[in-house]
Write a protein that binds this ligand. Structure first.
Ligand code: NI
Length: 177
């Protein structure tokens, strides 16, 4: 288990489409997930996708009880999600601030589907099928974007609401990247 380097925006590997995971419950998969968990914890991340550590597979982890980076967010159960399929529920969009471990020290306002169904499986092959809303729905959409080569700045429509976290939020309360 180890803390891995997180690729930063500009690295072409962050723009590639990830491939489905075909071999579940292998030692290699569990070792990769342990590294992802260590890396996310060390950086206080709310989520992490495998492409962010240079592994082009459809794997994301997310969840927290309390987030330093998103102090106002409701808790999200810790989840390992493989080969996800997302289905928006309804057409309502919601705007909120996002950051990304691959875009350190920045924050931007991004519109996401307010409600969402996501399906996939866990590392043992058990099905996951949840309908969620709010920050939970946001973090899944953000991590899913990493699997299709999209970073949140590519979703920003109003660049007056994109900048350095410590400048946007001088009162603090956010981790800064
Ligand atoms: Ni990210």
């Amino acid at each position: 288990m180890a803390i891995r380097d997180v690729l930063r925006m500009g690295d072409p590997r962050l723009l590639a489409r990830a491939l489905p995971v075909e071999c579940l419950d292998t030692p290699e998969l569990h070792a990769l997930l342990a590294d992802m968990q260590d890396t996310m914890a060390a950086l206080n991340g709310a989520g992490l996708a495998a492409p962010q550590i240079g592994v082009g597979l459809q794997i994301m982890i997310f969840g927290f009880q309390e987030s330093v980076r998103y102090p106002d967010a409701e808790p999200v159960p810790y989840t390992v999600l493989l080969n996800p399929v997302l289905t928006p529920l309804g057409s309502e969009m919601e705007e909120d601030w996002e950051g990304c471990l691959s875009v350190p020290a920045m924050s931007g306002m991004v519109a996401r589907h307010a409600r969402l169904r996501y399906q996939g499986c866990d590392p043992y092959g058990s099905a996951i099928d949840r309908s969620v809303e709010g920050f939970h729905a946001r973090v899944v959409q953000h991590e899913y974007d990493h699997l299709i080569g999209v970073l949140y700045p590519m979703r920003i429509t109003d660049f007056s609401r994109f900048g350095y976290t410590e400048v946007l939020f001088p009162e603090g309360g956010r981790a800064g990247d």
